[in-house]
Design a protein around this ligand. Structure first.
Ligand code: X8Z
Ligand code: ZN
Length: 603
């Protein structure tokens, strides 16, 4: 499954669901019985397993080979899947009051966390708009001279400019160039939101945002409050980092570009969405001997290509006692960007058949960032493999945040010592350089928090109808200024759609999952390090080759969606709530250092 919502997981799984069976269920007369409900679930699941991969395969072919035909085929497969899913979701209600087993009650509930579009035209529009926006994002290009192909740059090329350039004008052009590409599907997005809301309302949710917030084993309002609680826990750490980075950017680019107060222009952070700041490391690293954890040069020198990088990452998982990836993984994955066709490069992991047909789709470059993204994607894959023995409705993460956290938890164990062991860095920085190592991590993880939080703050408002299309950009930048402290590098464009220049908006993938995952991965890391018998500073712990930690991790992965997520968390950590103290502990030495620097520099 490509990690959309659990709904999409179920949708794709129920693709091509057998219609006569549904008609039969719908025609049932008289009060429902337990036996009938059990048969309903059993039949549904049997068919899920058998027929579910059609939509997945169509989507895979589309995203790895974008043409008008593959777009139509993918949209049609999705349309049928949504139709079947909607019908099943509605029928499932019939059994809600029955005294079923806890397991079957959970299955019924999961089936109803879905949208239902009874109207044929709505379903068709929904599937078409979704495929169209996904493809438009994948094909997006900025052409310096409109109409002249030779001057066009794709997202990867524009991102590389932001990552490497130190010329504000050049960075601004790349930033604006990419952001203008999303205008072309702003109207489609607005239509899509309306249809999606219809589908959520048919199932009794206030809107699609409320449906998304209902997927965490708690009421939707409680989930919103929970994310806010976590944000307040980590905000002081973000504020310290933001303040320090401002001073360093100011030293680099001057006060004309970087003001003393207020939000900082978004094109200066080395990343298209200012969501990860690791490319600023050379600018913000501590003075004196500082750790260099950039492995790009070594990867190139040693000719460690995309496949070899993936094998190295697999090696971490197998060192924990997990199984080797099936041969088909390497045969069927897309690891590099094909030269001869359009594809969606945004990295994703796919569980095509609910068994061993797992793949990743990436456009891997020999960079540190992509090395870590491979670990992220393999986290999804190892989760898929671990829960493949579960019944179909439980083949998913404990919640979507767990799915996003697995690979990142493993990547937290990619320490300087580990990189050295692999021959990817020459020297292991000694403990006196920990602040540099922590800074590098904070630029990835701490910088990301407000962005991860605000994307769905925006979408929740859009889905709730509080923000209309004319105000998409206004609302987007209010949130980005408020949470991230970044601003648009130029006034908003007419009919602009800056939120749509982010993959997850164009592909309608929920984003709160990444916020949860960022906090959760430190909690899991702390627990697994404890299991490995480690008691030193968290940032120096690596669970590489530790079978005890691996066993605990694997047991949680195997649970899939079968139990509420707090039980999965408890199985690994003994804790039942999400808690940012692990992340705060991890970065505590950096926080102390940042506050001292900020104080000294303010003088
Ligand atoms: O989209 C992803 C993964 C695929 S699930 C590459 N991530 C988010 C993003 O790129 O915005 C990983 C972290 C955040
Ligand atoms: Zn992911």
């Amino acid at each position: 499954m490509f990690y959309q919502t659990k709904i999409a997981a179920a949708v794709a799984a129920i693709a091509m669901f057998n219609m006569p069976m549904l008609a039969e269920a719908a025609n049932k007369k008289g009060p429902p019985t337990v036996a009938e409900a059990e048969k309903f679930l059993k039949d549904a699941e049997a068919r899920l397993e058998k027929l579910g991969n059609t939509a997945q395969r169509a989507a895979w072919v589309y995203e790895t080979h974008i043409t008008d035909d593959t777009e139509t085929i993918a949209a049609q497969a999705n349309e049928q899947a949504i139709g079947a899913m909607g019908e099943i979701a509605l029928q499932a209600r019939r059994y809600n009051k029955l005294p079923l087993s806890a397991e079957n009650k959970r299955k019924l509930k999961l089936l109803q966390l879905s949208l239902s579009l009874s109207n044929d035209k709505d379903r068709e529009d929904y599937a078409k708009l979704s495929a169209q926006m996904n493809g438009a994002y994948g094909k997006g290009k900025y052409c310096k001279t409109p109409g002249d192909e030779s001057t066009c740059l794709n997202l990867g090329q524009l991102e590389a400019i932001l990552a490497k350039s130190r010329n504000p004008a050049e960075m601004k052009e790349a930033w604006l160039g990419w952001h203008q590409t999303a205008s072309s599907y702003k109207d489609s997005y607005a239509q899509y939101v309306d249809v999606s809301n219809k589908g959520a309302r048919e199932m009794g949710f206030a809107d699609t945002g409320a449906l998304w917030r209902s997927q965490y084993d708690m009421p939707p309002e409680a989930f919103a409050a929970e994310t806010e609680r976590l944000w307040q826990q980590v905000k002081p750490l973000y504020d310290s980092l933001h303040q320090y980075v401002r001073l360093k950017l100011q030293q680099t680019y001057g006060k004309d570009e970087v003001p003393d107060n207020g939000p900082i222009p978004a094109h200066l952070f080395g990343n298209m969405w200012s969501q990860g700041w690791e490319n600023l490391y050379p600018i913000v690293k501590p003075q004196g001997p500082a750790a260099n954890l950039d492995i790009a040069e070594t990867l190139k020198q040693k000719n460690i290509d995309a496949k070899a990088m993936t094998k190295m990452s697999e090696g971490f998982y197998t060192s924990l006692g997990m199984e080797a990836l099936p041969a088909s993984f390497y045969e069927r994955s897309q690891l590099t960007k094909p030269r001869d066709r359009e594809v969606v490069c945004h990295a994703s992991a796919w569980d095509v058949d609910g068994d061993k047909d797992v793949r990743i789709k990436m456009c891997i470059n020999q960079t540190t960032e992509d090395f870590l993204v491979i670990h992220h994607e393999l986290g999804h894959i190892y989760y898929d493999l671990a829960y493949r023995k579960q019944s179909p409705l439980f083949k998913g993460g404990a919640n979507d945040g767990f799915h996003e956290a697995i690979g990142d938890t493993v990547a937290l164990s990619v320490t300087p010592e580990y990189l050295h062991k692999l021959g990817l860095i020459k020297e292991v920085p000694d403990a006196s350089q920990d602040v540099g190592v922590l800074m590098d991590r904070a630029l990835q993880k701490v910088a990301f928090l407000p962005f991860a939080y605000l994307v769905d703050q925006w979408r929740w408002k859009v889905y709730a109808g509080q923000v209309k299309p004319a105000d998409y950009d206004k609302a987007w930048w209010e949130l980005r200024e408020k949470y991230q402290g970044v601003k648009r590098p130029a006034p908003s464009a007419a009919n602009g759609f800056d939120a749509g220049a982010k993959y997850h908006v164009a592909s309608d993938t929920p984003y709160a999952r990444y916020f949860l995952a960022t906090i959760l991965q430190f909690q899991l890391h702390r627990a697994l390090c404890r299991e490995a018998g480690y008691s030193g500073p968290l940032n120096r712990c690596s669970i590489y080759e530790n079978k005890a930690a691996g066993k605990k991790f694997q047991a949680m992965l195997e649970m899939g969606t079968s139990r509420p997520w707090n039980e999965a968390l408890k199985a690994v950590s003994g804790e039942e709530k999400l808690d940012a103290t692990a992340m705060l502990d991890y970065f505590a030495p950096l926080k102390t250092w940042l506050d001292a620097q900020n104080k000294a520099m303010a003088k």
